[in-house]
Design a protein around this ligand. Structure first.
Ligand code: WT7
Length: 635
């Protein structure tokens, strides 16, 4: 059906118009034709952004793993579902067929069930990129437990906060992980986190690096022997379309991380539909997304979207620089990758290296290239296009968010003409709007405003776990009757969108979404620190890097500044993780504040970016003299 697989620009426009004219009918047709439902829906959509309440396919029943695994068994049982490429290129890659995956997921589901996990329970998964991660995610979905994957680069404090917020009683982890030449003691981090998590009853431990770890009696168990003894079939739990599928945490501009709650039916059809179209996936393609499953990109476009289409999806455990900067390209050649999906920060890092790393390999299998996570700058776009795609592969610059569940704005390759730095056009069913500061929609082109979405799409988050009010305040209160993304965007003459970046206090560093407030809260825990403010500044590889302005307590004044810098980054690493470390730390005698006591970040941002020609209005400052000092001593 052409609705499901768009093949040229005219068709895109036809499908798009149809999807906007009657979204319910559009999504109903997609849902009817391509999925296994235990029971069909009574109503396609019910929504009210003022509450906010969004319900897709009410009354329908299904299990997402039946769609991602079981229904492929008959015709694709021997096809590779997950192709695991280990950290060490000398270790053999592993082909996990759909049949194998079925057995592994069922055995894991039996283990979880024997450990008392039931429908609706929360299970935190803190694993590296090894097959057990995908298997655990799918096993939770099979029994109806809500998975919450925590990226295995997060610190013990970040982990315990998430475990407690979602009330998990089980954690699945491993003895450790490989990261290039290094190993990381994941189990040690879990042990530390669990000192603060009284409700966790069970920890299941996968063996990966064979290190010596402590196993706490009565709580910790090795996974392998349990799996060996488990039965290889497990009837999928029948779920309602709106039953929760997972919680995934994302940073907010203030306060603790937000547990975005995604549900089952709408998420499934949207990730499947967008995977097929955005990557123009065809049977026998070998698709590789380099993201970690700890992020939404991995949930939607390593696991659910590809598997719902019966695709072969690659899971890579390692890093782009190990054993050298040619690793990505070596893997593309080795597995004849057809679609390659990565982040601009990775492209920028690889573009800095010698071209020989890429010229050594045959990349002719590639058909479509993708990027995600942050705006891609022109230079990186061209490098990707020239050297990776050899000008033969359309680049899909895909814009979306943890909250949106799936890609919302992106070219459809071979249909939408691409334009560097533009995510281009909304996918079918997506109705964007640009808003001015007064809250009115800007009609006509070109336009520049705040990016909102006017109509529900099936994979949007339904709530923030345990805090529906915060969901409403964050996304549905800035503009009436619209979902506000937090991003600014331009729309050119032909209607192409270019995302310009966050308009709130979220900073995207190497594609990771970081809130300023949690980092400031962490720094302020240091005994010598009185106050701090974090801003982003442009960085060659990371896109943005973090600049901290720190004022010290009197007791800190006599301390060695370089030692303090190290300690501050140490505190951040402990509270959040190394990804939130500051590139620059400037000590100042005060922070510029308004009369109401609010830190004027606008000024600090300009100073950090060395853009001090016009600082804007400083007349409302309580302490204008401090701006002079900060400028003189800027790093
Ligand atoms: C924020 C969401 C979507 C999965 C990874 C990030 C930025 C994302 C693009 C893009 C420009 C982008 C936005 C967005 N972003 N993709 N193609 N062009 N900006 O998910 O951690 O929830 O971050 O990433 O600012 O709001 P996330």
């Amino acid at each position: 059906m052409s609705n499901y697989h768009i093949k040229h620009l005219e068709e895109y426009f036809q499908v798009y118009r149809k999807s906007v004219r009657d979204p319910e009918n559009f999504w109903e047709e997609v849902a009817e034709e391509h999925f296994v439902w235990r029971k069909k829906w009574d109503k396609v959509l019910e929504w009210d952004f003022s509450k906010p309440e969004i319900k897709w396919f009410q009354g329908a029943q299904l299990n997402i793993t039946e769609n991602c695994i079981d229904r492929h068994l008959r015709i694709r049982g021997e096809k590779t579902a997950i192709l695991f490429e280990p950290n060490d290129p000398n270790e053999e890659a592993e082909n996990i067929t759909y049949k194998d995956l079925h057995g592994r997921v069922c055995r894991m589901a039996n283990v979880l069930s024997e450990k008392g996990i039931k429908k609706g329970d929360r299970v935190v998964i803190y694993l590296p990129m090894i097959p057990e991660l995908a298997v655990s995610v799918l096993a939770c979905a099979r029994i109806g437990a809500i998975h919450s994957v925590v990226f295995a680069g997060f610190s013990s404090t970040a982990l315990s906060t998430r475990i407690n917020d979602c009330g998990a009683k089980m954690v699945i982890t491993s003895d450790g992980s490989y990261r290039g030449k290094k190993t990381i003691d994941l189990k040690g981090i879990v042990d530390e986190a669990l000192n603060d998590c009284p409700d966790v009853e069970t920890v299941l431990v996968a063996k990966r690096i064979d290190s010596k770890i402590d196993m706490k009696a009565g709580r910790d168990e090795w996974l392998a022997p349990l799996l060996e003894g488990a039965y290889g079939d497990f009837p999928p739990e029948v779920m309602d379309a709106e039953d929760p599928l997972f919680i995934l945490y994302t940073s907010g501009s203030t306060g603790k991380p937000k547990g975005m709650l995604h549900t089952t039916g709408g998420y499934m059809i949207y990730t499947a539909y967008t995977f097929k179209n955005v990557f123009q996936y065809r049977e026998n393609d070998i698709y590789w997304c380099t993201a970690d499953i700890g992020w939404i990109t991995g949930h939607s476009y390593i696991i659910y979207g590809p598997l719902a289409n019966g695709a072969t999806t690659v899971m890579f455990e390692g890093v782009p620089s190990y054993p050298d900067f040619g690793r990505f390209w070596e893997i593309v050649q080795k597995h004849k990758i057809t679609q390659f999906y990565t982040a601009p920060t990775a492209i920028r890092a690889l573009a800095k290296e010698n071209l020989d790393f890429i010229k050594k390999y045959d990349l002719s299998s590639l058909k479509v290239l993708g990027t995600v996570g942050e705006p891609i700058n022109e230079e990186a776009w061209h490098w990707y296009n020239d050297h990776v795609g050899e000008k033969q592969c359309p680049i899909v610059d895909t814009w979306w968010q943890t909250e949106t569940g799936g890609i919302l704005i992106s070219p459809v390759p071979f249909s939408t003409p691409t334009k560097p730095t533009y995510a281009t056009l909304p996918l079918p069913g997506v109705q964007p709007a640009l808003m001015d500061e007064k809250g009115a929609e800007i009609k006509g082109n070109p336009a520049d405003g705040r990016l909102c979405i006017k109509y529900p799409w099936p994979s949007m988050a339904r709530s923030i776990w345990g805090n529906h009010q915060r969901y409403k305040d964050t996304y549905f209160s800035a503009f009436e009757n619209k979902y506000f993304t937090g991003d600014g965007a331009l729309r050119d003459e032909v209607g192409y969108y270019r995302i310009t970046g966050r308009v709130d206090d979220v900073i995207i560093v190497s594609g990771h979404n970081l809130g300023t407030a949690p980092i400031e809260d962490a720094i302020n825990e240091h005994p010598a620190v009185a106050e701090s403010a974090i801003v982003g500044f442009p960085h060659d590889i990371k896109g943005n890097a973090l600049y901290g302005y720190v004022t010290l307590k009197e007791t800190g004044e006599s301390r060695d500044r370089d030692n303090l810098r190290k300690e501050i980054n140490q505190v951040i690493t402990e509270h959040i993780g190394p990804i939130a470390k500051l590139d620059k730390i400037q000590f100042t005698s005060g922070l510029p504040k308004t009369r109401s006591g609010k830190i004027m970040r606008r000024i600090l941002r300009k100073i950090a970016s060395k853009d001090t020609g016009n600082l804007g209005d400083t007349s409302t400052l309580l302490n204008p003299e401090v701006v002079e000092e900060i400028m003189e001593e800027a790093l």
